[in-house]
Design a protein around this ligand. Structure first.
Ligand SMILES: C[S@@+](CC[C@H](N)C(=O)[O-])C[C@H]1O[C@@H](n2cnc3c(N)ncnc32)[C@H](O)[C@@H]1O
Length: 245
């Protein structure tokens, strides 16, 4: 029954309806490929390259969430992963498919919302570069649950997101707590996370492997790196933490 709140899903829908649609924002975002957006060049995140080169990430099956034009999905494929990569924006996915065709890489790029996905213990790696910090606070609940379900025991969740204190340098101008997002009905361009907040959100269900500022990379580097972002890597425990208590 429309506009009746019986369950958590109804509550999420009510909260979503208070904000602009993410698809409306992201669809035109990729139309002009020449805009000076830092993550438009086809370069993988510096942390991902380091984790592959160090032997921490060794291949298998990977899923990228909010993949945009596919720079990290393409890199992971070259690094030996079989990759499913999803984004809300048709325009971004079309660009990603063109990039894959240019170098004859086989990547499963699909235009889908992360909230439509229901994978079960399929992936060795789930990667998110800049998607979570654009999700509304309540959307993190099904998002993190979906990622937990998607990973095999011992699988990794890699993520980059805004750090606080970089307003004017490309990060959010304001650091908002989650309640303020609903009071102001806006995320003001994306949410910045303190280290404490990231640990609070992710230490249950995951174990922290790495959490550090991203290294700065220049235009001439073949990797992407902006120090306004955190770099994080988490591992799903081999056994369910709660059952092991
Ligand atoms: C900051 S961009 C990062 C793009 C890409 N990961 C990169 O770093 O090049 C965030 C991306 O998340 C996508 N996104 C936001 N909400 C999403 C959702 N619910 N489902 C799938 N993708 C989403 C947007 O379309 C956008 O491409």
């Amino acid at each position: 029954m429309e506009k009746t709140i019986k369950n958590v899903q109804d509550l999420y829908e009510m909260l979503d309806a208070e904000f602009r649609s993410a698809k409306q924002f992201w669809e035109p975002f990729y139309e002009d490929r020449d805009r000076p957006i830092p993550f438009f060049p086809n370069k993988p995140d510096e942390n991902l390259v380091e984790q592959v080169n160090s032997g921490l990430l060794t291949g298998g099956k990977a899923m990228e969430l909010g993949c945009g034009p596919g720079r990290n999905a393409l890199y992971l494929t070259q690094a030996g992963y079989s990759v499913d990569a999803y984004d809300l924006s048709e325009t971004a996915i079309a660009w990603a498919k063109e990039r894959a065709a240019e170098v004859q890489l086989d990547v499963n790029f699909e235009c889908r919302s992360v909230f439509e996905l229901e994978p079960q213990q399929e992936y060795d790696l789930v990667y998110d570069s800049g998607c979570l910090h654009h999700l509304l606070p309540h959307q993190r609940i099904p998002y993190i649950q979906m990622i937990t379900n998607a990973l095999k025991p011992g699988g990794y969740f890699g993520m980059t997101c805004f750090a606080p204190g970089f307003g004017g340098l490309g990060g959010p101008e304001t650091v908002m707590n989650d309640w303020e997002v609903y009071q102001e009905r806006s995320m003001k361009g994306g949410l910045a996370f303190t280290e404490e907040k990231l640990r609070y959100l992710l230490e249950d269900p995951f174990e922290c492997v790495e959490l550090r500022p991203m290294q700065a990379m220049g235009k001439g580097d073949d990797r992407f790196g902006l120090p306004i972002l955190w770099v994080t890597l988490w591992r799903k425990p081999l056994t369910d933490k709660k059952k092991g208590d």
